[in-house]
Ligand binder design. Structure first.
Ligand SMILES: [Mg+2]
Length: 259
C-alpha cells in the first residue's frame, strides 16, 4: 500500500481504534509511541459524551496511553466552549452524570431552557423525556447535539446511538441542530488549530466511515479507516465515502505513515 508521506499531525479516534470497551487494541500503544517518537503532534478526538475530560484522561492512562488533557479534544468540551460564547444561557443538559461536572457553571432549567444539549444518557430515554424536549423546542429552545452517531460497538455488540433521537426531535419540531462533535468541520478545525497543523498535512485514523472519515475529508484532512471497532465491510462498501486508506488495525498505521 502506498504510504501517506509528509504527514505533520495525527488525530486519533479513541473508541474502536485505540481500545474496544475496556481493552486496548493489540499493538495500539506501540503505534502511538512510534508516532510520538517521530515528533508528530497528536490529538485524541472523541465523540464520547459519557466521560468528563479528567475521566477520559484517567481512562486512557489506565489502558496504557499517557495523554495530556490538552491533547484530548472531546465533543462535550466543544459544547462547553460553544455555550460559553452565548453569554450566560439557561440550559438543559441531557448528559451522563460524570460529564455534568464540566457544565456545573451554567444556569439550568427543565422547562425554560434556551439551549438543550443532548449527549449520551444510556437507557434514560423515554417518550416522556422526548416529549419534554420537544415542547421546549416548540417554545424556541435551540438544540445542541454532542454528536449524531448512528450506532457504536460495545463488548456486547452494536448499540443504537443518539443520532436517531436527535433526528426524531428535529423531524417533530422542525428545529435545526447545532452539531458539536465529529463530523462537524468546526470540531476538526479546533483540533488542527491546537496543533498548528494545516488540514492538508494532517491525518485522522478512525473506525466510523461517516463521522470520522467523512468528517475529516470534508475538513480537508486525510482519513484512514481501520477495520476494528464498529467497522462493517458491507456498510463501507455501500458508502459514498472513500477513505484515503483502509488498514486492518492501528498496528499498521506507523508503517503507513512511513515511520
Ligand atoms: Mg470510534
Amino acid at each position: 500500500m502506498e504510504p501517506l508521506n509528509a504527514i505533520k499531525g495525527v488525530l486519533f479516534d479513541l473508541d474502536g481504534v485505540l481500545y474496544i470497551g475496556g481493552k486496548p487494541v493489540e499493538g495500539a500503544m506501540d503505534a502511538v509511541d512510534r508516532i510520538r517518537n517521530a515528533g508528530l503532534p497528536c490529538r485524541f478526538v472523541t465523540n464520547t459524551s459519557t466521560l468528563s475530560l479528567a475521566s477520559l484522561q484517567a481512562k486512557l492512562g489506565s489502558l496504557g496511553f499517557a495523554v495530556e488533557t490538552e491533547e484530548i479534544i472531546s465533543a462535550t468540551q466543544a459544547a462547553r466552549l460553544y455555550l460559553m460564547r452565548q453569554g450566560d444561557p439557561v440550559c438543559r443538559f441531557l448528559l451522563a452524570e460524570d460529564v455534568m461536572q464540566d457544565f456545573a457553571d451554567f444556569r439550568q432549567s427543565d422547562t425554560d431552557a434556551e439551549f438543550i444539549v443532548i449527549g449520551d444518557i444510556g437507557d434514560a430515554w423515554s417518550y416522556r423525556l422526548l416529549n419534554e424536549v420537544f415542547n421546549c423546542l416548540m417554545r424556541g429552545a435551540k438544540l445542541i447535539a454532542i454528536h449524531k452517531n448512528r450506532y457504536w460497538q460495545t463488548e456486547h455488540g452494536l448499540q443504537m446511538d443518539i443520532g436517531a433521537f436527535i433526528t426524531g426531535l428535529e423531524y417533530a419540531s422542525g428545529a435545526q441542530t447545532t452539531l458539536m462533535g465529529k463530523p462537524s468541520a468546526d470540531f476538526f478545525a479546533m483540533a488542527l488549530i491546537s496543533m498548528s497543523v494545516a488540514a492538508c498535512d494532517a491525518v485522522l485514523i478512525g473506525d466510523d466511515i461517516d463521522a470520522d472519515i467523512g468528517g475529516a475529508q470534508q475538513a480537508g484532512l486525510h482519513g484512514v479507516l481501520v477495520q476494528t471497532g464498529k467497522y462493517r465491510q458491507a456498510y463501507c462498501d455501500a458508502s459514498t465515502i472513500h477513505p484515503d486508506r483502509v488498514i486492518p488495525s492501528i498496528r499498521e498505521f506507523p508503517d503507513l505513515l512511513g515511520l
